[in-house]
Design a protein around this ligand. Structure first.
Ligand SMILES: [Zn+2]
Length: 181
C-alpha cells in the first residue's frame, strides 16, 4: 500500500502522467483498476468506505493500492507510538519486529515506516537545519546505515538541542498557561 495525496483528482492525474513511482523499485506506476472497498475509521467513530485506486508497477509488476493520505487512519495511533516505532526501526529492525514490540498490526507499522522512509531525506534536512539553528555548538549525528536512521537521528539531535535555546521545552508545566510571555 502506498500513501498518496488526499486529493483524488491530483492522484489520478499524477498516476496518468507517470509521476507516481513504485516504492519498491522506483519505476513508474500505471493505473490498474480499483481495489476492494475498504472501511476507514475516522475521528469520533465515523466510518467511511472508500474504493482506492490500484496501480501496477511497470518495472517489477507489483500492484500497489493508492490509499489517500487523508483516509489513512493515522489518528488511531498516537504520534508518540509512531515515533517510538520509527526509533526502533532506526535500529535496523524490520516492521514485523517493530509491530511485535509495540503490539501493533504488521500492516500498520509497515505503513508508518514506508511513509516515513519516502520523506526521510526531507525530514533529515529539515531537522539538520533546525539543529544548526538551535545548538550553539551543533554536533552532527554520524552517518547511519539507512536514510530512515539518518532522519531519526537528526530529529533526536534537534530535540536534544532545543532546550539549550528554550529551557522550558521538554518539561511539563503546571498551573496557568504561560500566555503573554
Ligand atoms: Zn516496482
Amino acid at each position: 500500500m502506498l500513501i498518496v495525496d488526499a486529493d483524488v483528482l491530483l492522484v489520478e492525474r499524477r498516476l496518468r502522467t507517470g509521476e507516481l513511482l513504485c516504492p519498491s523499485c522506483g519505476a513508474v506506476l500505471a493505473p490498474w483498476g480499483r481495489g476492494r472497498p475498504r472501511e476507514i475509521r475516522g475521528d469520533l467513530g465515523v466510518r467511511r468506505f472508500v474504493r482506492p485506486r490500484r496501480s501496477c508497477c511497470t518495472g517489477c509488476q507489483v500492484t500497489h493500492v493508492l490509499l489517500p493520505e487523508a483516509l489513512w487512519p493515522r489518528r488511531l495511533d498516537a504520534a508518540e507510538g509512531i515515533g517510538a516505532g520509527l526509533e526502533i526501526a532506526a535500529l535496523g529492525m524490520g516492521h514485523r519486529q517493530v509491530a511485535a514490540h509495540l503490539g501493533r498490526a504488521d500492516d500498520t507499522v509497515r505503513g508508518w515506516i514506508r511513509r516515513f522512509r519516502r520523506r526521510s531525506e526531507d525530514v533529515r534536512r529539515y531537522f539538520t537545519v533546525a539543529l544548526v539553528a538551535l545548538a550553539d555548538d551543533p554536533v552532527m549525528p554520524e552517518p547511519a546505515p539507512s536514510q530512515l536512521s539518518d532522519a531519526v537521528l537528526a530529529i533526536a539531535a534537534a530535540h536534544r538541542a532545543a532546550p539549550m535555546k528554550w529551557p522550558e521545552m521538554n518539561t511539563v508545566r503546571g498551573g496557568p498557561s504561560p500566555a503573554g510571555r
